[in-house]
Design a protein around this ligand. Structure first.
Ligand SMILES: NC(=O)c1ccc[n+]([C@@H]2O[C@H](COP(=O)([O-])OP(=O)(O)OC[C@H]3O[C@@H](n4cnc5c(N)ncnc54)[C@H](O)[C@@H]3O)[C@@H](O)[C@H]2O)c1
Length: 490
């Protein structure tokens, strides 16, 4: 089992701890604060609520979380050490020295620093090659980006290993090719923050108006295409060259305050804090955090459906989670197909619940639809086969809602073949949370030619795989509820 040591368990360390833990790593937290475990608990609760929503496959079982006051105990034998102590160089140096005195020489030491260069962190270090910046974004358990910044002294093989591990956690490692104060993203955000402060100070806009200008417009654009691709599309068919010819010269106009920073006087602080209270003081911070996570999950799941940006990262993570499990297998890989087959194992995501607080009935159909898709892939009717012109179309569906499922619940669907012969495929899905039956879904499908849109025979390979499962399932008892008419009770 892989183990991570989290040094400093505040906002960021807590997010890292959650990300590792929920991806099956054991996590040791080292933080001198006697309240360290109490501080971590709410972050972990938020992560448990939101992170499993990102993929349509369940995460592995959680690792074990422990708290330590002794550095040797915290870092001995670990694979990854993530330093997230306060942003003061002398504290970071002392902590890194203590870490290196006790950790394996080939462990990865990542620093969460927002501002320092890795060469600054490495100054005086016993083994500088082990140290790199791995700069995350809050909330670390949801945001994919990690800026990975090596210095010329960092061992590049270790950097590559770190990037591979980050991918297995669902992160997107972005290698920063040249170390620089504040890396890439915070440099950019600094400029935005500076302009926003001027706009408030000069009375041009309130904090709320600035936030509306972002979230009603370019903020949504940036989340899916960033800056340059957004401008490229704004240039029309002529693309980036046209855009630059048109708007490049505008940068010389006196729009921007450039490098000037407004003085942080009491007056400015009062102005901004007062406006912020007026804007959002009606909500508690924990209410805002829950809304933030719901929104982030919803937006990222929309990108996932388009396999785009952060959503493409989630799909890659999900493919890795399926690999080597029954959820990624072909029927030929399964020795025993005599029992109903696992076709879905996932968390109920935050955006699947309704006003009653439980999974919306449309999502039961979605889960059963996913189970059918998975069954089709299992017998060889996968994307590649569908591209050759054959597929199954659903002709009839019957769902029975037996019990509730809440957001975050891990649900499983097991699929029994009632008929699998020629063009016909009749499936019976049962959805469980643990041992509790939540619903059943019965689907009747016909194999069709995508050219004629008429029923057609499946390929011989599909027939063989389906025949085998259908023959094995022929010995199973008819499931309770199969073929039931609407409204019938047992
Ligand atoms: N807050 C953000 O949005 C953000 C984003 C990315 C990176 N970062 C970086 O992450 C780091 C931590 O920031 P944070 O916001 O989590 O701060 P924080 O104040 O919330 O947490 C710091 C934690 O470190 C602990 N600590 C203090 N001295 C320690 C020591 N000697 N050994 C172990 N633990 C110690 C504290 O008890 C506290 O729990 C900083 O380097 C910061 O630049 C912050």
């Amino acid at each position: 089992m892989t183990t991570a040591a989290i040094i400093g368990g505040g906002v960021i360390g807590g997010g890292w701890a959650a990300r590792f833990l929920l991806n099956g790593w054991n996590v040791r937290v080292f933080d001198p604060d006697p309240e360290a475990d109490a501080k971590l608990a709410p972050v972990l609760a938020q992560a448990r609520r939101a992170l499993p929503s990102l993929t349509d496959v369940a995460l592995p079982p959680e690792g074990v979380l422990t708290f330590h006051n002794d550095m040797a105990e915290a870092v001995s034998g670990v694979d990854w050490i993530q330093e997230s102590v306060p942003e003061r160089l002398e504290i970071k140096h002392a902590v890194l020295a203590s870490v290196q005195a006790h950790c394996p020489p080939d462990a990865i030491i990542g620093s969460s620093t927002s501002g320092f260069k890795p060469s600054e962190l490495q100054r005086g270090a016993a083994r500088p090659g082990q140290i790199m910046v791995c700069h995350p974004f809050n909330p670390v358990y949801l945001m994919p980006l990690i800026e990975v910044v090596p210095s010329p002294q960092t061992d590049l093989a270790l950097v590559e290993k770190a990037e591979g591990i980050l991918r297995t956690l669902g992160h997107f490692p972005l290698r920063v090719r040249k170390e620089i104060d504040a890396h890439i993203a915070d440099r950019f955000l600094e400029a935005v923050w500076r302009e926003a402060l001027w706009l408030v100070k000069d009375g041009v806009a309130t904090t709320e108006e600035i936030d509306e200008a972002i979230r009603m417009g370019f903020g949504i654009r940036w989340a899916q295409m960033g800056l340059f691709d957004t401008y490229r599309t704004a240039g029309g068919e002529a693309g980036m060259r046209h855009f630059m010819a048109q708007f490049g010269p505008a940068l010389k106009w006196p729009w921007t305050k450039l490098m000037d920073v407004p003085e942080f006087t009491d007056e400015l602080v009062d102005l901004i804090a007062g406006q912020s209270d007026a804007q959002s003081g009606h909500m508690s911070i924990s209410q805002m955090l829950a809304a933030r996570d719901d929104n982030l999950v919803g937006m990222m799941r929309a990108l996932k459906a388009n396999n785009w940006g952060a959503g493409a990262v989630m799909n890659a993570h999900e493919a890795a989670l399926r690999e080597g499990t029954v959820l990624g297998a072909h029927a030929d890989d399964l020795e025993d197909v005599s029992a109903p087959i696992l076709t879905v194992r996932r968390a109920v995501p935050l955006d699947w619940t309704d006003y009653n607080g439980h999974m919306n009935e449309a999502r039961y159909l979605q889960a059963f639809g996913d189970a059918t898709d998975r069954f089709m892939a299992l017998i060889g009717c996968d994307a590649e086969y569908i591209a050759t012109g054959g597929s199954y179309f659903t002709a009839e569906t019957h769902i029975r809602h037996v019990d509730e499922a809440l957001a975050g619940a891990t649900i499983e669907v097991r699929t029994q073949v009632l008929v699998g012969a020629g063009k016909k495929l009749h499936l019976f899905h049962e959805m469980f949370e643990g041992d509790r039956l939540l619903a059943t879904g019965e689907h009747f499908l016909l194999h069709v030619s995508l050219e004629t849109r008429r029923p057609s025979e499946p390929s011989p390979a599909i027939v063989t795989a389906l025949d085998r499962i259908a023959a094995a399932h022929a010995d199973l008892p008819m499931p309770e509820g199969a073929g039931r008419a609407v409204g019938q009770r047992p």
